[in-house]
Design a protein around this ligand. Structure first.
Ligand code: PGA
Length: 254
């Protein structure tokens, strides 16, 4: 069975008090109301990671992640945070290549491949994001774009490395827009990505990899998305900022 993962990416939201309240509420709701098998990952801004890690250290299905990391191991890189620092603060997952990093910080596939390496070198799991813009979809380039993102960012890995990767398919046109990909659209892309992995590695590796969907996931569309055979969870933005909406999404994963 593939691992199911519901991750909440807070982006640059929540001050300390608000963040701790959210984690405490979600943790309690998960403990009291969730009997499913998904891993739940909080992905707060760096500055809250340590505190979140401490709050959830006793819960077996709760984890903390980071939104980014440096591709360097250490040194004179002002403002950066290394994967080994994240590891020492209890992080399990690191988002690499979110579309906002690609768009606003000009992160290229080659650059992201180095971040994937830094994450794996510290025995953490990258959540590698990919997804096409609206323009790319409308001009029918989405398969090519995704193939390039996946192959340039990940296909330098050996099979053992690849098996530690989580992939998040996040169509840029669905992020923060309230416009979710239909279950058919998402399933089509997830199956396409799994097939790319199967061609490059093998069937078993492709079957073992968790592929999350992201882009306006909400309580009322989560169950349908999760019922699709190749959708193994969600990377949630806006709806992860409220305890009830995030917990309702978690509960949609059996
Ligand atoms: P959204 O964000 O759920 O607010 O659309 C998803 C993401 O960017 O990971």
């Amino acid at each position: 069975m593939r691992k199911k993962i519901i991750a909440g990416n807070w982006k640059m939201n929540k001050n300390f008090e608000e963040g701790m309240a959210l984690v405490s509420e979600v943790s309690n709701m998960v403990k009291d109301e969730y009997s499913g098998s998904a891993e739940v990952v909080f992905i707060p801004p760096f500055i809250h990671i340590n505190a979140v890690g401490r709050m959830i250290s006793d819960a077996k299905n709760l984890f903390v992640g980071a939104q980014n990391c440096s591709n360097h191991a250490s040194g004179a890189y002002t403002g950066e945070t290394s994967a080994s620092m994240l590891k020492s603060c209890g992080v399990s997952y690191v988002i690499v290549g979110h579309s906002e990093r690609r768009q606003y910080f000009n992160e290229s596939n080659d650059w992201l491949a180095k971040k994937v390496d830094a994450v794996l070198a510290n025995d953490l799991n990258p959540i590698y994001c990919c997804g096409e813009t609206l323009e790319e979809r409308e001009s029918n380039q989405h398969f090519d774009v995704l193939k390039k993102q996946i192959s340039e960012g990940l296909f330098h890995l050996d099979e053992a490395g690849m098996r530690k990767v989580v992939i998040a398919y996040e169509p840029v046109w669905a992020i923060g827009t309230g416009k979710t990909a239909s279950t058919e659209q998402a399933q089509e892309i997830h199956a396409f990505i799994r097939n790319l992995i199967s061609e490059k590695y093998n069937h078993e590796t492709a079957q073992s990899i968790t592929i999350q969907y992201g882009g306006s996931v909400k309580a009322d569309n989560a169950a349908e998305l999760f019922a699709a055979p190749d959708i193994d969870g969600a990377l949630v933005g806006g709806a992860a900022l409220q305890s009830r909406s995030f917990t309702d999404i978690i509960k949609a994963m059996k």
